[in-house]
Design a protein. Structure first.
Length: 96
């Protein structure tokens, strides 16, 4: 849940002083892979019923679009940055 994190960030920003100004700009909701076991975004997408076969096959693009839409339209969350699905080949064991 991002709402408690956002609230904590806003409270912290409210403690700013003129000498040390802090402005809360939002949360980057990007989904990116991890090199840890089970951290592959491509593996996760392949688990969806709508995706047939390997990542890149039928349904992969629609799944990526749906994930990106979800990441960019979170209600009550101030979104900043890329806030999308990231598929860096060097950071995802399944894509590498």
């Amino acid at each position: 849940e991002l709402l408690p994190i956002q609230e904590l960030c806003r409270k912290f920003a409210n403690t700013a002083t003129p000498e040390y100004p802090i402005e809360y700009l939002g949360i980057d909701t990007s989904l990116n892979p991890s090199l840890d076991e089970g951290g592959s975004v491509a593996d996760a997408i392949e688990c969806l019923e709508e995706v047939r076969g390997d990542f890149g096959g039928t349904g992969s693009l629609a799944a990526a679009a749906a994930i990106t839409t979800s990441l960019q339209s979170m209600p009550d969350i101030l979104i900043t940055g890329y806030s999308g699905l990231m598929l860096p080949v060097l950071e995802d064991e399944r894509l590498a």
